[in-house]
Design a protein around this ligand. Structure first.
Ligand SMILES: Nc1ncnc2c1ncn2[C@@H]1O[C@H](COP(=O)(O)OP(=O)(O)OP(=O)(O)O)[C@@H](O)[C@H]1O
Ligand SMILES: [Mg+2]
Length: 235
């Protein structure tokens, strides 16, 4: 079920502005890989480029096969993307949002999948008729994750799902991320909570100014002097 994602020599930017310069990242099948880095490093740009939302150079492979074309065709290949800032429609209910997320599934499978996702997110089930725009930040983030899960992705990218959430909610979101991995979906997670993210991930990369400056097992990255001084404030 899970798929490996290989990003090789990826460069991307916005018009004349080059942001990413030759990024190499491997997200191993069925594992949790974390990307950390300062604001403006290019993390969101990287996920957008992988999803086909902005043009890119270089290679992106899903289970060894080139991933290219429109964003819709990339989703069809099994890539889910929970974008930065959730990007929900405020006027749509929880149910409507999830149903819309299942656009890729055959009609006959949609209601069974909806039941599965609601079972996995009891909070969403409780609030199924509430409008997305009236939910708390944490609930909205869960909804964004649930929506991406509706299509049964083999590989899921999440862009700072814990942004702006209280510590307890951050823990809950990270538990959800682990459940996604444990259910057999490869996860590539961008996260600002460096210590928490590295504690639960198998692999990690540090991106700074559009380049990968460090990569390896999450343990190695956590132990590196670079991360301890620049990101964790300890030596
Ligand atoms: N639509 C855009 N047009 C022009 N420049 C952009 C655009 N989006 C992002 N950038 C620039 O690209 C660079 C990387 O931004 P990006 O959002 O990828 O960083 P990030 O690592 O995700 O940061 P953060 O941790 O704050 O989310 C920044 O300098 C940003 O100003
Ligand atoms: Mg970002």
């Amino acid at each position: 079920m899970s798929a490996a994602l290989s990003i090789r020599g990826l460069s991307a930017g916005y018009g004349p502005i080059a942001v990413l310069q030759g990024i190499d990242i491997e997200a191993a099948a069925g594992r949790l890989t974390v990307i950390v880095g300062p604001n403006g490093a290019g993390k969101t740009t990287l996920l957008k480029a992988v999803s086909g939302l902005i043009p890119r150079e270089g290679e992106v492979l899903l289970d060894g096969a080139r991933l290219s074309g429109s964003p819709a065709s990339i989703v069809r290949r099994g890539l889910g993307h929970v974008p930065e800032g959730r990007q929900l429609f405020a006027q749509m209910s929880v149910l409507e949002t999830l149903q819309l997320g299942a656009w890729l599934l055959p009609r006959g499978e949609r209601s069974a999948r909806l039941d599965e996702v609601l079972a996995a997110f009891p909070k969403l089930a409780e609030r199924r008729n509430q409008l997305a725009g009236t939910m708390s930040g944490g609930e909205q983030q869960m909804l964004a994750v649930g929506r991406a899960l509706m299509n049964r992705p083999r590989m899921m990218m999440l862009d700072e799902p814990s942004l702006g959430l209280a510590p307890k909610m951050i823990e809950e979101l990270l538990k959800i991320v682990l459940r996604i991995r444990d259910s057999g979906t490869t996860v590539l997670l961008v996260e600002q909570n460096v210590a928490k993210a590295l504690a639960i991930a198998e692999f990690a990369y540090v991106v700074e100014r559009g380049r990968v400056v460090l990569g390896g097992s999450a343990k190695e990255v956590l132990a590196s002097e670079e991360v301890r001084t620049a990101y964790l404030g300890t030596v």
